[in-house]
Ligand binder design. Structure first.
Ligand SMILES: Cc1cc2nc3c(=O)[nH]c(=O)nc-3n(C[C@H](O)[C@H](O)[C@H](O)COP(=O)(O)OP(=O)(O)OC[C@H]3O[C@@H](n4cnc5c(N)ncnc54)[C@H](O)[C@@H]3O)c2cc1C
Length: 507
C-alpha cells in the first residue's frame, strides 16, 4: 500500500491533539502524538499531593448529557458513557465579608426565584436574563466540519434566537451588569475576565447548565483525557512523552515532519500543531507563514488571564460548603505587582470523592493575574524569593479561608501553589493563559483559519484557533482538520461513534 499521505505527526497531547489523533486513526492514518510533558492533558490537568488530587481545569463539560449538543461528538472520540457526571445545583455563592450572599443556581427556575427574592427592584432585568438562558438552552451548535447540508435544520430552528445572540455578543459582561442595581448580581457579571468577555459567553454557560448538558465528571479533566487515551491505544496510535518539538520541517512549501529538542527528526506526510499558537507560528515555523490578520491578532488581541492556584488538602468534612464560593474582600489581596484582587474564589471538591479520603476535602483557590513575567523571572533568577512569594500568597489565601471557615487552618495537611511559570513550563501556553483568546464583544466564536498561507500539509487545531477555548474547542477544531486531510487524500471520513475502523496503512 502506498503510504503517501497516510502518516500524521501531531504536536501536543492536550485535548485537541488527542481528539485529532482519534479522528485520524479512525480514518486509517498512522499517528504519532508528540507531547513535551510526561503526561497527556495540557491545561486539562490535575495533580496528586499525598492523598489529595488538585484539579485545575474542569468546572463543566459541554456535551455531558446524552442527546445534548456535543455529546455525540464526544462519543466519536471516546467512550464518554464510562464517565460519571454530576450536575451541582449551585454554580457559585457570592459572599461579602459582612455575611451578605447571593447563590447562582444552575437551574433557571431556582435562579429566577433567588434573584427576585434578593433584588425585586431588578425584576425586569432578571426576567430578561432568565428568558435569555431558556432561549439559549434550545440553541443547537452548528458543526463547522459538516457544511450547510448537515446544519440547515439547526440553522432554521435557531433563526428566532439570532437577534438575541447578536445583542448579547455585542456587549461585555460589565456592560451587561449595569442593568442590575444589586451589587452582588452586578459583581457576578463584571468581575475579572467575565466582565471583559462578550456577555454571550457567560449566558451560554448558564444555559448549558440549566439544560444539564454542562456537568462535571468525577475524576475531573484527567478522567476525560484518560478515556480518550484509551481509545488512541485501542486504535493503535502512539503518544510519545518528553518529546518537545523545536522545529517544523518544511520542504518546497510543504510540512514534511518535525525536529525534536536534541536533534532527532521525524518525517510524516502531514503535520498538525495542537500546541501553543504563538510558539507554533513564531518559533517552530520561524514566523514565515503569517497572514496580516494573524500577525495583527498576536500583536493586539487580549487573552484570558494567567493565574496562581493555591491548593489545600484539608482534613475536615467540608460538605456543608457550596461547590464554589466567590468571596468579595474588605481589603484587596496582592497577588503580584499588577494584580490586587477585590475578590477570590474557592472550590470545595466535596462532590468528587476521588479527590480526597472520606472526611477530607481538596480545596482550590484561583487567583488571576496577567503579570506572568513577574513569576517566570522570579522562578528563573531567584528560586528562594519565588518560593517565599508563593508562601506569602498561600498564607494570605489561608487567612481569608480561615475567616470563612473558622478552624480550617489547623486542619490543612497539604499546601500547593502553582503560578503562571508553572503553566508555561508544563503546557507552553503563551503568557500562561488559561484558555487562549478572550471572546471580545463583536468578535464572536468564529474560528481562525486552520491553515497557513504558503504552507501545505499542515494544520493547526486547539484553543489557539478557537477564540473562547474550552475543552470542546479540541473537538471542534480537530474534526474539520482531519476531514480536510481525508478529502485531500481521498480517504473516507467516517468517524461517527461505532463506525468501522479502517486498518492503518502499512509503512
Ligand atoms: C483554570 C482553568 C479552568 C478551565 N475550565 C474549563 C472548563 O470548565 N470547561 C472547559 O471546557 N474548559 C475549561 N478550561 C479550558 C481548557 O482547559 C482549555 O481550553 C483546553 O484544555 C485547551 O486544549 P488544547 O489542546 O487546545 O491546548 P493545551 O491544553 O494547552 O494543550 C497543548 C499541549 O501541547 C503541548 N506542547 C506545547 N508545546 C509543545 C512542543 N513544542 N512540543 C510538544 N508538545 C508541546 C503541551 O504540553 C500541551 O500538552 C479551563 C482552563 C483552565 C486553565
Amino acid at each position: 500500500m502506498n503510504p503517501k499521505g497516510r502518516s500524521i505527526t501531531i504536536i501536543g497531547g492536550g485535548i485537541a491533539g488527542l481528539c485529532a489523533a482519534v479522528y485520524a486513526l479512525k480514518c486509517g492514518y498512522q499517528v504519532e502524538v508528540l507531547e513535551m510533558h510526561d503526561m497527556a492533558g495540557g491545561l486539562a490537568m490535575s495533580w496528586r499531593r499525598g492523598p489529595y488530587t488538585f484539579e485545575t481545569c474542569l468546572h463543566w463539560l459541554l456535551g455531558s448529557k446524552p442527546g445534548g449538543s456535543f455529546h455525540e461528538q464526544w462519543r466519536e472520540v471516546c467512550d464518554i458513557g464510562k464517565l460519571v457526571f454530576v450536575n451541582p445545583q449551585e454554580l457559585t455563592c457570592i459572599e461579602t465579608a459582612s455575611g451578605d450572599s447571593l447563590t447562582i443556581y444552575t437551574n433557571a427556575d431556582r435562579l429566577e426565584a433567588e434573584l427576585l427574592r434578593r433584588a425585586p427592584q431588578d425584576a425586569v432585568a432578571i426576567r430578561d436574563l432568565i428568558r435569555s438562558i431558556r432561549a439559549l438552552a434550545k440553541f443547537r451548535m452548528i458543526d463547522p466540519s459538516a457544511g450547510f447540508s448537515a446544519n440547515w435544520l439547526n440553522l432554521l430552528r435557531d433563526l428566532p434566537i439570532f437577534p438575541l445572540l447578536r445583542k448579547l455578543s455585542r456587549i461585555n459582561g460589565r456592560e451587561y451588569a449595569r442593568r442590575f442595581s444589586d451589587p452582588l448580581l452586578r459583581s457576578f457579571f463584571s468581575e475579572g475576565d467575565i466582565g471583559r468577555m462578550s456577555a454571550i459567553a457567560m449566558i451560554f454557560s448558564l444555559a448549558w447548565m440549566h439544560e444539564g448538558n454542562a456537568g462535571y465528571c468525577i475524576g475531573g479533566s484527567q478522567a476525560l483525557i484518560r478515556v480518550i487515551e484509551e481509545n488512541i491505544a485501542s486504535l493503535g496510535g502512539r503518544i510519545r512523552f518528553n518529546a518537545k518539538v523545536e522545529r517544523i520541517l518544511v520542504e518546497n512549501g510543504a510540512a514534511v515532519g518535525v525536529e525534536l529538542a536534541g536533534g532527532e527528526t521525524i518525517q510524516s506526510d502531514w503535520v498538525i500543531s495542537a500546541a501553543d499558537g504563538r510558539s507554533t507560528l513564531f518559533d517552530m515555523l520561524g514566523g514565515k507563514y503569517l497572514s496580516g490578520t494573524t500577525r495583527k491578532m498576536y500583536a493586539e488581541k487580549d487573552l484570558f488571564t494567567s493565574y496562581l492556584q493555591v491548593s489545600l488538602g484539608v482534613a475536615l468534612d467540608l460538605s456543608a460548603q457550596p461547590p464554589m464560593a466567590s468571596c468579595i474582600l474588605d481589603s484587596p489581596i496582592t497577588v503580584d505587582p499588577g494584580a490586587d484582587l477585590r475578590s477570590i474564589s474557592f472550590r470545595f471538591f466535596h462532590f468528587d470523592p476521588s479527590f480526597a479520603p472520606p472526611g477530607h476535602c481538596a480545596v482550590t483557590s484561583f487567583l488571576p493575574t496577567r503579570n506572568f513575567t513577574y513569576w517566570t523571572e522570579l522562578r528563573d533568577n531567584d528560586p528562594v524569593a519565588y518560593r517565599a512569594e508563593k508562601q506569602r500568597v498561600a498564607d494570605a489565601v489561608i487567612a481569608i479561608l480561615e475567616k470563612r471557615v473558622p478552624g480550617v487552618r489547623s486542619a490543612i495537611e497539604v499546601v500547593d501553589v502553582s503560578t503562571p511559570a508553572t503553566i508555561i513550563r508544563y503546557t507552553g501556553n503563551w503568557k500562561g493563559t488559561m484558555e487562549g483568546w478572550l471572546i471580545e464583544p463583536g468578535a464572536g466564536f468564529r474560528p481562525l483559519p486552520n491553515t497557513l498561507p504558503g504552507l501545505s500539509n499542515f494544520y493547526m487545531v486547539g484553543q489557539w484557533i478557537a477564540p473562547g477555548g474550552g475543552l470542546p474547542s479540541g473537538l471542534m477544531t480537530a474534526r474539520p482538520a482531519i476531514k480536510a486531510i481525508c478529502q485531500h487524500d481521498r480517504v473516507p471520513f467516517d468517524v461517527h461513534a461505532g463506525a468501522p475502523h479502517h486498518q492503518p496503512a502499512a509503512a
